[in-house]
Design a binder for this molecule. Sequence first.
Ligand SMILES: Cc1cc2nc3c(=O)[nH]c(=O)nc-3n(C[C@H](O)[C@H](O)[C@H](O)COP(=O)(O)OP(=O)(O)OC[C@H]3O[C@@H](n4cnc5c(N)ncnc54)[C@H](O)[C@@H]3O)c2cc1C
Length: 365
Amino acid sequence: MKRLVLLGGGHAHVHVLDALARTSLPDTEVVLVTPSAQQIYSGMLPGWIAGHYRRDEIAIPLMPLAQRAGVRFVQARGTGLDLDARQLQCDDGKTIDFDLLSIDTGPTTDTGIAGCAEHAIAVRPIDDFVRHIDALIHRAETDPAARLAIVGSGAAGVELAFALRQRLPALPLTLIGASAHPLDGLPGRLQRRARRLLAERHIHWLGPRRAIRIDTDGVTLDNGDTVAATQVLQVTGATAPAWPAQAGLATDTAGFIRVGPTLQSVSHPFVFAAGDVAAYADPRPKSGVFAVRAGPPLADNLRRLVTGQPLAPWHPQRRALYLISTGDERALAAWGPLCAEGGWVWSWKDRIDRAFVARFTHADT
Ligand SMILES: Cc1cc2nc3c(=O)[nH]c(=O)nc-3n(C[C@H](O)[C@H](O)[C@H](O)COP(=O)(O)OP(=O)(O)OC[C@H]3O[C@@H](n4cnc5c(N)ncnc54)[C@H](O)[C@@H]3O)c2cc1C
């Protein structure tokens, strides 16, 4: 009997669990190790903040999914690996032996801004973020001096700004970003449209300015200015966790686990990685789309390895569809250079997102 440990209940692993619920792996015990009993679906998080979804509508409960798959559920966070002994160390002090390990733990938050750990609410871990949001909204509704700054102006920061504006129409809100425009990396037309919408909604866009310190007064910028804020959200993009490189797994220069086209670690073939924590052979942006797309080839290759078949290479699609909600049941879309906007884009996004969660939530879908 071999043991496969699935570390992290991320987008690719929910697919692996779903595949295991359909067909189990022969002679293999599968264990899911993840710190939360649910996977919050980040694509619907801004819609929940804006008031369009209930809290339970944006979460995939992992325990029933694991149960259907015949997978043992261990609620813990992986903190380190001994690759020679094939042992996973967890934050509860326990170790778990494995023959095969698959990692889908997502990214972590950059701790490089002074004071961020003490004075900012980080978007990751998302479970903790969700717990803070109710208190943030309550404070903003009851404290006339409340002012919010969001550090990070990529797609997630912009969506959260629009969602919070929808929920808190009178809250002074500043969006801080180091890039020349919000939605850096997306088509210029979309960036310009986002800037116009930010201005119309009285969301003060402060870019290109790098946040260098966060304290009780607010956010200090690289030009010495301070943005006064009673609460600060940090949405600064994907950073690699430290433990994969510390364990000796081959990583890219940013610390993400380097995998080949079969999703196996290039240094340790008994370790697989997918989603934002992985650096693919053919690099792709960190995005839920690619984490989701990695699920089927990951499930397939884990099965192939266990059953002694040759592994199949995965070639991720070139482009991802970006759907960015603007808080008011409208959304912006980008597919390569093509852009669109409107209520119909939101309806489209809403359908895709609800279907994703439903697929892993209801046994009969
Ligand atoms: C507000 C917001 C909105 C977004 N909207 C979109 C969108 O609309 N479309 C899109 O494509 N992308 C979107 N993204 C990006 C998207 O969230 C990520 O790219 C995606 O979550 C990556 O998936 P993943 O499976 O790699 O990791 P995650 O979804 O982060 O899942 C990681 C899992 O591993 C668990 N875990 C973490 N650390 C450990 C550990 N040490 N040990 C064990 N388990 C661990 C976590 O609890 C979690 O269950 C958004 C991000 C944010 C913040």
